[in-house]
Design a protein. Structure first.
Length: 227
């Protein structure tokens, strides 16, 4: 696994440029850019820069998934989909069919299976054992969690399923999350991290610690973009 740490002067703009570079490469090489979005507040500014700097991107060749979702309706203020829609998906010329939303408003087990089946169908068309993202964007919590993979959660031990229900310590507790097998199948993972209070945690994880969930992300290449 290749691990890099980038500490940009302009976090949002340079994170967006990083994503756009991967997008253009994937589209040129494979005709499609498969991107998993992260939740939380950190991506908001990155999305704005993506829309601004990526005006010439072939958005019809971008396929969007979500690393996790809160079990709330899509119009709820806690919905990761709503945040992405307001800050990016409705701003760029993205075909609605290219966005794979996790249905947080239905039974969590049903929603997780539905999402797993959707990704499996695409993977089968590509001849992949698992859906392969070109780039997965992840965040980092103060407790070292990423997506909705929290310390001590049974979800950390999932070795077969790609998408499962999970419970978090903060409201809303019910979540649906991608698992390590799916995250680690990605060509590249980028952690988007802001806040000086997380710098020591980033240093510990990038030094090799697997004590935190984020330290167990071992995709082909992992880049930490730290503001």
């Amino acid at each position: 696994m290749q691990t890099d740490v980038i500490r940009p002067a302009d976090f949002a703009a340079q994170a967006a440029q990083f994503i756009l570079q991967h997008a253009r490469t994937a589209i040129a090489e494979r005709g499609l850019f498969r991107l998993a979005l992260s939740g939380g507040n950190t991506p908001r500014a990155v999305h704005a820069q993506l829309a601004r700097l990526g005006a010439d991107l072939a958005w019809n060749r971008v396929q969007i998934t979500f690393g996790d979702e809160r079990c709330v309706p899509p119009e709820h203020t806690d919905s990761n989909f709503r945040m992405a829609r307001e800050t990016l998906l409705d701003v760029v010329p993205m075909p609605a069919g290219n966005v794979f939303r996790i249905r947080g408003e239905i039974d969590p087990a049903t929603a997780a299976q539905e999402y797993e089946d959707k990704l499996a169908a695409v993977a089968a068309r590509f001849g992949e054992p698992r859906y392969v993202h070109d780039l997965v964007l992840l965040g980092l919590g103060e407790d070292g969690h990423t997506a909705s993979l929290f310390p001590g959660s049974p979800a950390l031990d999932e070795a077969v399923r790609n998408v499962i229900p999970a419970t978090g310590p903060k409201p809303p507790p019910q979540r649906i999350t991608m698992t390590f097998p799916l995250l680690n199948a990605a060509r590249h993972v980028a952690f988007l991290v802001t806040g000086a209070d997380k710098h020591a945690l980033v240093e510990e994880i990038t030094s090799g610690s697997t004590a935190y969930p984020a330290g167990r992300v071992h995709a082909e290449a992992v880049t930490w973009i730290v503001g």
